[in-house]
Design a protein around this ligand. Structure first.
Ligand SMILES: Cc1cc2nc3c(=O)[nH]c(=O)nc-3n(C[C@H](O)[C@H](O)[C@H](O)COP(=O)(O)OP(=O)(O)OC[C@H]3O[C@@H](n4cnc5c(N)ncnc54)[C@H](O)[C@@H]3O)c2cc1C
Length: 591
């Protein structure tokens, strides 16, 4: 039952009722229904379809949170779209679409992810939450807050709708979910403006804008996309310094956005629809040509999309969730994953506080964990935009980034490990996995700058079935204890070491082929010392490692690159050997 007016006291005030705020309210209601919670949201319903917000495409971690943990799966399936994975067309934008290299899934993935019309979603979820008894105040604007010290309650000043004046509300917990309003971060001056300078412009087009229709029906459709579901992917058309998204929405419309770094394509070149169209004509003419004569439903752009934070959680009982805390980059659709992670941490802190056992040391641990991960993941994007027209490097990067996501980042979410960061924070395999990621990201950046004649194949099945990647994906769907999940993450780290060794040798072969034989002859390569600077190899300890077979991953990557084909039975046998490798591998720390 919805209260008609604000009370003067709440246990928790959630500032902002967007994706993060609404899902946090639902999550708290599930875990601690006895808490009094108010969600303060300035925009009243009805919210427009399409044309409302970005954040339409999701991947496994975030989808698991809203679909399975919060229970919206059936609703999302009915009113929105099940997503056909991420699909990429890197480079060669002057050629017809069917002649560009393509990397994407051949079929719907096992684990669901969604394409979400945010206007439809937020209209419906607000209604559902109110029906459940959650107190949502629409049309109420947050003005200011004072933090209570030494256990005293916080005070929030709120503008009521229709000039009804202001209200002052006290609360034990203040959670900022105001997105780019940065209610807490800006007042406490906690934002960290890092060097990843990103600008985005986007609009929605009425009806279905299907890239499948850009190509005359033929093999391109039947062989690569037999189920005719390319439209349901998040399609990325990429070039030097930019990428363009095409996302289908359940309301029947299509979202299109251009993301680029300021260094290569300043946002002022796309600050209105006419300019964006002109820019597309120059860089992605296939999109521009098909937009001819269409009228956009909306248009928006942002400068400085990417930012970090010096602190997102406090033992003074406040938290910043979703975009009100940190946002890295929309490539790979991780926004909802960070909402899942920050919401889970907020729920865990509030629960421990409610039980009287939240300590400042716990909060430090949550902060360090969250900020360590965001800073590490930033390197997937920061300084990487020159890679996007190099198909051969993009395909390596996609293999690594996906293996890292499914083998390390997503399990943190699926198995709720970020509710207990102490289980993993001090471990060598967390440090090692993050260190491997930094090495690989640097290698991709360097590889893309070096001359070579390597070409990406016409079509890369990403992820191909019966592979290391599909194994990591399937493992997310299993019911595991946290102990078991941690053991598997330690094993994944060992497998990722081989992934590094194999891609390193391939990168050397592509850029310095004369050095490959001598490297192979040394036999033992230290994955924590790979780089494309031969002068650093000895000093960094590249040859200082335990022997590794690399055989299974090498085969896996050859299949991925289309260099060998395995029959169905050989593929199954390969997958069985990958599993066997995992089963028989001994863990050291995660027991
Ligand atoms: C270009 C771009 C593309 C993106 N694409 C994706 C994607 O594909 N997938 C993905 O997962 N993420 C994506 N993101 C990130 C995405 O925006 C977030 O995942 C998501 O929208 C953040 O939700 P939120 O609830 O934190 O913020 P919001 O959805 O912005 O919600 C904040 C809410 O606070 C309210 N509010 C603000 N100020 C006040 C106030 N003073 N008083 C009361 N209420 C207030 C607002 O009205 C709003 O409803 C993208 C981001 C950008 C910049």
């Amino acid at each position: 039952m919805q209260e008609t007016d604000l009370k003067s006291e709440y246990d928790v005030v959630i500032c902002g009722g967007g994706l993060a705020g609404l899902s946090l309210a639902k999550h708290l209601h599930q875990v601690l229904p006895e808490l009094s919670v108010a969600v303060i949201e300035k925009i009243p319903r009805p919210l427009p379809e399409a044309g409302f917000k970005v954040g339409e495409s999701s991947v496994e971690g975030g989808s698991n949170y809203i679909g399975r943990v919060l229970g919206f799966h059936d609703y999302l399936k009915e009113k929105h779209f099940l997503k056909n994975g991420l699909r990429f067309f890197p480079g060669q934008s002057d050629r017809p679409l069917e002649e560009r290299p393509e990397m994407g899934p051949p079929c719907l993935p096992l684990l669901p992810a969604y394409q979400i019309d945010r206007g439809v979603f937020e209209n419906d979820v607000r209604e559902m939450l109110i029906d459940e008894g959650i107190q949502l105040f629409e049309g109420y604007g947050l003005r200011d807050f004072e933090l209570g010290s030494s256990g005293a309650r916080h005070t929030v000043r709120i503008q009521k709708p229709d000039s009804e004046g202001t209200a002052t509300v006290n609360c034990r917990w203040l959670v900022d979910a105001t997105g780019r309003r940065f209610f807490i971060q800006s007042k406490l001056k906690l934002k960290n403006r890092w060097e990843h300078k990103l600008g985005a412009a986007w609009f929605r087009i009425e009806g279905r804008f299907d890239i499948n229709d850009f190509v005359e029906r033929g093999e391109w459709h039947s062989e690569r996309d037999p189920d005719d579901i390319r439209y349901f992917s998040t399609n990325h058309l990429m070039g030097y310094g930019y990428w363009v998204w095409v996302i289908p929405l359940g309301s029947g419309h299509t979202s299109i956005g251009i993301v680029a770094t300021e260094e290569y394509h300043p946002i002022k070149q796309r600050s209105n629809y006419a300019l964006a169209l002109k820019w597309l004509q120059e860089h992605e003419p296939v999109i521009a040509d098909h937009l001819d004569g269409k009228v956009p439903l909306d248009f928006r752009c942002f400068k400085n999309c990417s930012y970090g934070s010096h602190q997102t959680f406090s033992s003074d009982r406040w938290a910043c969730v979703g975009e009100a805390g940190v946002f890295l980059d929309p490539l790979y659709s991780y926004g909802l994953d960070f909402i899942a992670m920050s919401n889970n941490i907020a729920v865990e802190m509030i629960t421990r506080d409610y039980k009287g056992d939240l300590t400042p040391a716990d909060v430090d641990e949550f902060n360090n964990f969250y900020l360590t991960l965001t800073n590490n993941l930033l390197q997937l994007f920061n300084g990487s935009y020159h890679i996007f027209d190099k198909g051969h490097v993009m395909m390596a990067k996609l293999y690594w980034d996906t293996g890292f996501y499914w083998g390390f980042f997503a399990p943190l979410s699926f198995f709720k490990i970020f509710q207990k960061p102490g289980l993993i924070s001090g471990t060598n395999y967390m440090k090692n996995t993050l260190a491997l990621n930094l090495r690989m990201q640097q290698m991709f950046k360097d590889w893309a700058r070096m001359p070579c004649s390597t070409q990406a194949p016409d079509f890369t099945r990403y992820p191909h079935l019966y592979s290391y990647l599909s194994r990591a994906h399937v493992e997310l769907s299993r019911n595991k204890s946290q102990e078991r999940a941690l053991r598997d993450m330690e094993k994944n780290c060992r497998m990722l070491e081989d992934v590094v060794r194999v891609w390193f040798l391939r990168a050397v072969e592509s850029t310095m082929p004369e050095r490959v034989e001598s490297l192979k002859a040394r036999g033992r390569l230290n994955p924590y010392a790979v780089s494309l600077d031969p002068d650093r190899w000895e000093g960094d300890g590249l040859f200082d490692s335990e022997a590794s077979s690399m055989g299974l991953i090498e085969k896996d990557i050859k299949v991925y690159c289309g260099e060998i084909k395995l029959s169905k039975w050989a593929s199954l046998y390969h997958l069985f050997r990958l599993y066997l490798w995992g089963w028989t591998m001994k863990t050291v720390e995660a027991t």
